[in-house]
Write a protein that binds this ligand. Structure first.
Ligand code: ADP
Ligand code: MG
Length: 301
């Protein structure tokens, strides 16, 4: 009986070796499996599964787009991994699928109101290699990312500087970074937001207003460029800031104006001059933020 067992075993071994050698006639396959750094006697046991994995690898190398993915599980590659004396096969995510998931992640965590969608691409790696004048802002960002805890008071930034200096981009990059940590944020192009909020009185006005008040991180982009009215100042901006102060919600602003200029801007409406109301708003902004001036060339060309 023992003898028969051993004959069967030897026959199996011969078959495995035969199939393996046969498969290795394909030079590309041979190169692929040897690049795995796994011993031949182990590889041999998985010839046909390795061939499947190799086919998927080839599909990936010739891939044009996710929609034409030829692999069994779209966006994934069946791949071998060595574990002690066996090979474990797993579905590995491909770079295109990973990018798509990142975008979905973006939509999940970041809401844009009237903002150009290209700021979705804003990334930290573009900021680090930039000029030294940004160092205080970068330092602030690092601390913010390390220290941010929901519900705890963390100051935002009041970032002012000339048109095209990259203010919006910087804050967008910070919010993108925070999205990777699962923190929700909202970026609002403030002048346009006011216009669209006004025209949504009969629809989702309340919902939009509440969202802006309560979003964990908020950017009011380009404050000071709006047409100031008593309504926008006293019914919209003022309660938003008050709420965010009370609830310790980090709030960011970008502006072409310094805080002094903003105060003047907020004082004057078609109904006259109200310096006190303007000062109160600027006081709130000061409590909510650290002021930074961004000096840079115009990056819009
Ligand atoms: P601002 O808000 O100060 O007017 P933006 O943030 O809109 O300026 O930047 C102007 C343009 O330059 C945008 O198209 C933006 O995408 C690009 N930009 C700004 N900063 C960077 C950067 N660090 N790396 C790459 N592109 C940038
Ligand atoms: Mg801007």
């Amino acid at each position: 009986m023992k003898k028969i067992d051993s004959i069967i075993k030897n026959n199996n071994k011969t078959d495995l070796k035969h199939d393996f050698m046969d498969a290795c006639k394909d030079k590309d396959f041979k190169e692929y499996i040897y690049s795995l750094n796994i011993k031949e006697d182990i590889l041999m046991k998985y010839t046909s599964t390795l061939q499947d994995a190799f086919q998927e690898e080839k599909n990936c190398n010739n891939c044009r787009s996710l929609s034409t993915c030829k692999n069994k599980l779209k966006g994934y590659k069946y791949s071998p991994n060595k574990e002690e004396n066996i090979i474990v096969f797993d579905y590995e995510i491909c770079s295109k699928q990973a990018k798509e998931e990142k975008n979905k992640n973006y939509e999940k965590y970041i809401k844009l109101y009237d903002m150009p969608t290209n700021i979705k691409e804003a990334s930290f790696k573009d900021i680090y290699k930039d000029d030294k004048l940004r160092l205080p802002i970068i330092k602030y960002f690092k601390e913010f990312i390390e220290n941010y805890k929901q519900g705890e008071k963390t100051k935002g930034l009041y970032l002012h500087g000339s048109f095209g200096s990259g203010k919006t981009y910087l804050i967008a990059a910070l919010f993108n970074e925070m999205a990777h940590k699962g923190v929700d944020s909202t970026l609002v192009y403030y002048p346009e937001f006011l216009r669209s909020l006004k025209s949504s009185f009969n629809t989702n006005y309340e919902e939009r207003f509440e969202h802006i008040k309560k979003t964990p991180l908020l950017l009011l982009d380009d404050i000071g460029a709006e047409n100031v009215t008593p309504w926008s100042r006293d019914e919209i901006l003022s309660p938003i800031l008050q709420y965010r102060m009370d609830e310790n919600l980090p709030t960011f602003f970008t502006s072409n104006l310094t805080l002094e200029e903003l105060e003047k801007n907020l004082a004057t409406t078609s109904s006259g001059v109200d310096s006190l109301k303007a000062r109160r708003i600027v006081e709130r902004i000061k409590q909510l933020t650290i002021t930074e001036h961004l000096i840079s060339k115009n990056r819009r060309d």
